[in-house]
Design a protein around this ligand. Structure first.
Ligand code: 7TS
Length: 411
């Protein structure tokens, strides 16, 4: 594909930074197309993990000693770096969590505590289970109602149906920025404005967008934005909840314990200020610091070029796959990126995934934690190739040959 050769960013140089991509599995060069599940890590992050545990390991926010003070400074510097990248107003708005799931559960538990029986929460039909189940649990606990915006067959949220569901009863709308199964990029900025018109708050599930585009929380005007570190080239077990400061201030703590308190007596406890009010116990210190390193890494990448490159990868993969007999691409939204999901008549996605694996190609198969979406399409699951900026057109060509070979074996 010659169109890609003129891109202002150099995929070969980028790949050099990711040692995991330079390995063989079953004697074949690894082709890693499971970035929707987790991304590989650049050398900068790998070195930082090693360095932290070799030289800096200490608990934070409590030690007078040198190592503790240094770890505290680095952890807080990571928070500030993330704040700047997201264009949040204050580092008090950046809460470290375990990941997207943890961030959503934090909001469901804490913000959810401020809601009254009869209030409504809106999600969409393409949400990941982690943006469905916490709201169901909250609705059950508090007597709230969960409303679901339907989608069309292309995999786009029906905006007129969304407008019909919005009312004074709506207290929160929680929507994925990019669908992990379909690749649809949702028009969240417009959706946020519509929610605010009825006085509702808006949570963006950014698990699949933070690694593909620049996020500006003030421009979006979202109330909450959650993501996982491991999908944005950082470690597992760390993530971020961004929340508007005045809102976070009003919300009760999520978990109780060390670090989140101002004063404890047996009669009464007062809570720490933001962001610590929401960070009980020893946090994932190495994770926070190394997520900061992952952000340092992505700051060096031109994200406008990333968007062009990833869209070209997804478009090229779709074009070639469409020529396969009996293959259906699931999700054909006008605004779509980084993911190509498909099903093949009479073949189970798992069988295709297993044969691709034996040829060195990592894809995900199954329902991708979006079972209601699979029910909508009346399929048990899909084969999903999900791309990152280090993937190439040559890898897609190799993937297509491997798929052809797999289908021949299954005939
Ligand atoms: N929301 C979306 C849109 C996701 O894609 C995922 C993970 C999550 C939430 C949960 O993130 P976690 O880091 O807390 O687990 N999605 C996937 C996936 O598509 N394949 O594996 C994990």
């Amino acid at each position: 594909m010659s169109a890609l050769q003129n891109l202002p960013f150099n995929v070969r140089e980028i790949r050099e930074q990711f040692p995991a991509l330079r390995q063989q599995v079953y004697g074949k060069n690894l082709i890693y197309f499971d970035n929707g599940a987790t991304s590989q890590k650049p050398q900068l992050v790998l070195d930082a993990i090693n360095h932290y545990y070799s030289k800096e390991n200490a608990n934070i926010h409590r030690g007078v000693h040198y190592l503790s003070q240094r770890a505290t400074t680095e952890y807080e510097a990571a928070r500030t770096r993330i704040q700047k990248r997201l264009n949040a107003k204050s580092s008090n708005e950046i809460i470290f969590t375990k990941g997207t799931t943890d961030g959503i559960n934090l909001v469901a538990s804490s913000f959810g505590n401020m809601l009254q029986a009869g209030d409504e929460i809106i999600i969409s039909a393409m949400e990941h289970h982690s943006n469905i189940v916490p709201w169901q649990m909250l609705c059950e606990r508090k007597g709230l109602f969960l409303r679901v915006i339907p989608i069309n067959f292309e995999g786009e949220i029906l905006q007129d149906e969304y407008e019909k569901l919005l009312s004074k009863k709506t207290k929160l709308v929680a929507i994925t920025h990019i669908s992990n199964t379909l690749g649809t990029v949702n028009p969240i900025k417009e959706m946020i404005a519509k929610a605010h018109n009825v006085g509702a708050k808006f949570l963006v599930d950014g698990a699949q967008s933070i690694q593909h585009m620049s996020i500006d929380v003030r421009d979006l005007n979202c109330d909450f934005f959650v993501f996982s570190g491991h999908k944005v080239f950082g470690p597992t077990g760390i993530g971020v909840l961004y929340g508007k400061e005045d809102l976070l201030d009003q919300m009760p703590p999520y978990q109780g314990g060390g670090d989140m308190i101002a004063k404890v007596t047996f009669e009464r406890t007062t809570y720490n200020e933001l962001p610590y009010k929401f960070e009980a116990g020893t946090p994932h210190i190495a994770g926070g610091i190394c997520l900061g390193k992952a952000f340092e890494y992505i700051e060096s990448i031109d994200f406008k070029a990333v968007e062009v490159h990833e869209r070209a990868l997804a478009d090229y993969a779709s074009q070639v796959l469409e020529t396969f007999e009996g293959l259906t691409i699931i999700g054909d939204a006008k605004n779509k990126t980084s993911v190509v999901s498909f099903s093949l008549k009479d073949l189970h996605p798992f069988d295709i995934g297993t044969l691709l694996d034996k040829q060195g190609i990592a894809v995900r198969t199954g329902h991708h934690c979006t079972q209601p979406l699979m029910d909508f399409y009346k399929i048990p699951g899909t084969v999903r190739a999900s791309f990152a900026f280090y993937n190439t057109i040559e890898e897609i060509d190799a993937f297509v040959i491997a798929l052809e070979r797999s289908l021949n074996m299954l005939k």
